[in-house]
Design a protein around this ligand. Structure first.
Ligand SMILES: CCCC/C=C/CC(=O)SCCNC(=O)CCNC(=O)[C@H](O)C(C)(C)COP(=O)(O)OP(=O)(O)OC[C@H]1O[C@@H](n2cnc3c(N)ncnc32)[C@H](O)[C@@H]1OP(=O)(O)O
Length: 316
């Protein structure tokens, strides 16, 4: 519809809100709204539903292990033989698990990896599954999925903590800028080799990284692909605290169990207050990054780098 006049306050506000969503389909917008409302109502109902201390394995996932215990929902990447590379199905499962965690009775949500890696990032074999519409259609579908995936992190309503047990690559690093705290083993490394792969930043890192570490350090990571140790990432503000690998799990989980006993609604509301001002900006950044990537995926630079990895001619 045409843009309402400046004095038509209500319709102009509605028009601006729709416009800010860019090309988000109506159905997705409706679903996001329903999810948001359900998550708010479940938070006020949750105190009567909770079973504190109960260890309950949740819905079955093929690539994740999701458990709830002591007020903490733990989402663990579980493809250790592929270094927890994120397949197309795994993106969908992570979104489902985060949406379920946003509505369950846990106080905080933790994301971690099984095995020696936190995650080696996007599974480069994702790009070999070409639909009938060809590579352009694949790039379009991937951009939609990536946008939904990152939106799920932006909108996550409870404290979201990363327990980075080992090396992290690509999208598993960029999304850390959307977590509320990041605890890392001293064996973890942080690597975003986008230029090496003919890519460009995603996960809102083009906005969050310069903000967290300053533009020059962000350039070294996001453009030059400099790999950081856990201590370097901590000095630059991406990681909250580093622990020796030998005591990592014990120390981190003791701390998280203490945090999970803090009042649930207070933590949720504080997160909302801290993040509210950034949300609209983050959604806009996400949309822009995905639209740039949609074109990068079709570039010779990206296709050659992916083929080189898949034909075992290159590794990071
Ligand atoms: C649609 C959304 C798109 C979002 C875009 C996101 C951008 C990114 O995330 S960019 C980052 C992409 N990741 C990589 O480039 C990492 C590629 N992997 C490697 O370079 C190495 O595997 C790694 C250094 C991580 C580990 O090396 P090694 O310790 O020597 O282990 P292996 O290479 O033997 O790994 C075991 C096994 O897993 C396969 N593997 C690991 N990571 C990936 C991956 N990201 N994608 C696909 N496959 C991966 C690896 O090939 C080995 O397989 P086999 O040889 O068949 O055993």
């Amino acid at each position: 519809m045409p843009k309402p006049g400046v004095f038509d306050f209500i319709n102009k506000a509605k028009w601006d809100a729709w416009n800010a969503l860019g090309s988000l389909p109506k159905e997705t917008a409706r679903q996001n709204y329903v999810d948001l409302v359900s998550s708010l109502s479940s938070s006020s109902e949750s105190s009567s539903q909770g079973k504190p201390g109960a260890d309950r394995e949740q819905q079955e996932y093929e690539n994740l292990v999701v458990t709830s215990e002591d007020g903490i929902t733990k989402i663990m990447f579980n493809r250790p033989t592929r270094k927890n590379a994120i397949s197309t199905q795994m993106y969908q499962e992570i979104m489902l698990a985060l949406k379920a965690a946003s509505k369950d009775d846990s106080t905080i949500t933790v994301v971690t990896g099984n095995g020696d890696y936190y995650s080696s990032g996007n599974d480069l074999a994702n790009f070999t599954d070409i639909p009938p519409g060809g590579v352009e259609e694949k790039a379009k579908q991937s951009a939609i999925m990536l946008r939904d995936f990152v939106d799920t992190f932006i909108d996550f309503p409870k404290p979201l903590i990363a327990v980075v047990n080992g090396p992290a690559v690509g999208i598993s690093v960029t999304t850390l800028g959307l977590f509320d705290a990041v605890y890392a083993s001293d064996k973890a490394t942080f690597h975003t080799p986008f230029s090496h792969l003919g890519l460009s930043p995603e996960g809102c890192a083009s906005y969050t990284f310069p903000k967290i570490m300053g533009p020059a350090k962000a350039t070294e990571m996001l453009i030059f692909g400099k790999k950081l140790t856990a201590r370097e990432a901590c000095a630059q503000g991406l990681v909250t605290e580093v622990f020796p690998d030998s005591t990592f799990q014990k120390e981190v989980w003791t701390r998280l169990k203490a945090y999970s006993k803090l009042p649930q609604n207070s933590m949720r509301i504080s997160k909302q207050v801290i993040r509210k001002i950034e949300k609209e900006k983050l959604h806009a950044v996400n949309a822009e990054e995905c639209s740039v990537l949609q074109k990068r995926w079709l570039s010779d630079e990206c296709m050659n780098a992916t083929m080189n990895f898949l034909s075992k001619r290159s590794k990071l």
